[in-house]
Design a protein around this ligand. Structure first.
Ligand SMILES: Cc1cc2nc3c(=O)[nH]c(=O)nc-3n(C[C@H](O)[C@H](O)[C@H](O)COP(=O)(O)OP(=O)(O)OC[C@H]3O[C@@H](n4cnc5c(N)ncnc54)[C@H](O)[C@@H]3O)c2cc1C
Length: 463
């Protein structure tokens, strides 16, 4: 395996730092944190583990490696600044979703495997809540629970089946309609819903920056503005950056949707984009009109192309989804005006009383999607010293934060570290290789056709 970015202009993560060395925020969350970009790597160094990517996956891997073995020499390089990718831009929903939904997982994997995997996902949600509290990570965490809203009869029927499957597998979902639903949210667009009390919401950029501080306090060396340009699959692994070089006994590729640009999991994990619009802060009266004032549950509409919406700590509404876009050739974008317009239109349909509310921010980002929407963790290369975790398919906040709890023991055991216990349970997505989705232009055309099909289905169902 040899990853080399020299042949493409190195731009795919976008500009995180301007020419004067100042952080360039992407979206609202980045404006709520103060970021002084760290200096790039400008030397040759050796270390035990080199982590590529300063999102939740990379941060979590560093954290868990150091927790297991404080003396381990761990270096993390990030092309932009920590939290520049999806981890600092997402909706902040910390949820147990895996695959399309629990019903899909049970149909595809069987009750036993799906139940075990979903238990790992609930562990991941609990883990985020626990770690934020124990490590005092300031990230506006709110334990709101999560409500999936049905907007049409067809989706309600599927939600019923999913609700039954959840109970069969031992999860305490609650069915809501009528006054019980109105207690959470009021809109004539929502006919019923399924409430899960466990999920929470966070300010993701704050969480990423707090994790950076935490791992640095544990002795991890973090280099921002340091893109990986070339990786040589040797023992040790050689990682070349614009002004430096790292020789690492092991490496972790924590680049999720950006893996495509590195040639990692090419056409197996696709760089798909999702977008968000955000309102000005709402006052008490505006909030009361939506019924959102008492319970602040995070919300999602049940459709193929979901909408996800939540309140921020200062009572703005964050509204995302509506479409999911793969651009030709796997290109990367932070904005898509068509999707922003469609999101605003949908927002007004859901909340007509808020028709004159102003939108102050809009942004997007890239995530990694596999064909069956399940993630993939494992090793690659000839020497069993290159690890990866990716393909969370739109709901990776919980699992990417938990990724290190799964990957760090694998890495330490592979390095022959004594006393690292075998995991009690290895989720099915460890060691699996997602399906290959073909070359361009066939891949792009195939995805467009599939996307059109899903949109038509949403339209026919009235979702
Ligand atoms: C707009 C949006 C909304 C979302 N909303 C939610 C949500 O509400 N809930 C949820 O569960 N999930 C959500 N997701 C998905 C979730 O954010 C991701 O699954 C998760 O953050 C993945 O984390 P990661 O660390 O694996 O990847 P990332 O956060 O993307 O981190 C990868 C990092 O690698 C860096 N990088 C890339 N290439 C290189 C290179 N060559 N050298 C060095 N560094 C490199 C990038 O700059 C980036 O910082 C959303 C995603 C987006 C884009």
């Amino acid at each position: 395996m040899h990853l080399n970015l020299d042949t493409t202009p190195w731009q795919h993560v976008g500009q995180a730092v301007d020419d004067a060395g100042k952080h360039q925020p992407v979206g609202y969350w980045h404006e709520t944190v103060s970021v002084t970009p760290g200096a790039p790597l400008a030397e040759r160094l050796q270390c035990d583990v080199a982590i590529v990517g300063g999102g939740f996956t990379g941060l979590s891997t560093a954290y868990h490696l150091k927790q297991h073995k404080p003396s381990l020499d761990v270096v993390l390089i990030e092309a932009g600044v920590v939290g520049h990718g999806a981890s600092g831009r997402n909706g902040g929903f910390v949820m147990p979703l895996l695959g399309w939904d629990l019903l899909y997982a049970a149909d595809k994997l069987g009750d036993k495997t799906a139940g075990d995997a979903y238990r790992v996902m609930y562990d991941a949600v609990d883990y985020v809540k626990r770690t934020v509290t124990e490590q005092q990570l300031e990230c506006d965490l709110e334990a709101t629970g999560y409500l999936l809203l049905n907007t049409c009869a067809a989706r309600e029927k599927r939600a019923r089946r999913e609700y039954d499957a959840a109970h069969r597998l031992g999860f305490d979902h609650q069915w809501l309609e009528g006054a019980d639903l109105d207690a959470y949210i009021r809109s004539d667009q929502f006919i019923s819903g399924v409430f899960d009390p466990h999920p929470c919401i966070v300010n993701p950029a704050k969480l990423a920056r707090a994790m950076k501080q935490l791992i640095e306090s544990m002795g991890v060396r973090v280099y921002e503005q340091t893109p990986l340009l070339e990786l040589r699959d040797e023992q040790p692994v050689v990682l070349r950056t614009p002004e430096g070089e790292i020789r690492a006994q092991q490496t972790m590729l924590a680049v999720n949707g950006y893996g495509e640009a590195l040639g990692l999991m090419k056409s197996r994990i696709l760089p798909v984009h999702t977008f968000i619009v955000l309102t000005e802060p709402l006052d008490d009266e505006q909030l009361a009109q939506t019924g959102w004032s008492e319970k602040r549950a995070s919300l999602e509409s049940a459709r193929n192309f979901i909408h996800y919406f939540r309140l921020t700590a200062d009572n703005r509404i964050l509204f995302g989804g509506e479409d999911a876009k793969l651009y030709y050739g796997g290109r990367y974008y932070d904005a898509d005006e068509d999707v922003f317009d469609a999101l605003k239109g949908r927002f007004r349909a859901y909340f007509p009383s808020l028709h004159d509310v102003t939108f102050t921010h809009q942004w997007g980002g890239v995530l990694g999607i596999s064909l069956d929407m399940f993630p993939s963790f494992g090793t690659t290369g000839d020497h069993e010293n290159i690890f990866y975790a990716a393909g969370y398919s739109g709901h990776g906040v919980a699992l990417s934060n938990y990724a290190g709890a799964i990957v760090a023991p694998l890495m330490l055991r592979a390095a022959g570290e004594a006393g690292v216990p075998e995991p009690a349970h290895t989720p099915f997505f460890v060691g699996r290789r997602p399906t290959w989705m073909g070359m361009e232009p066939f891949r792009y055309l195939g995805v467009q056709a599939y996307r059109a099909l899903l949109r038509v289905q949403d339209r026919i169902q009235g979702a």
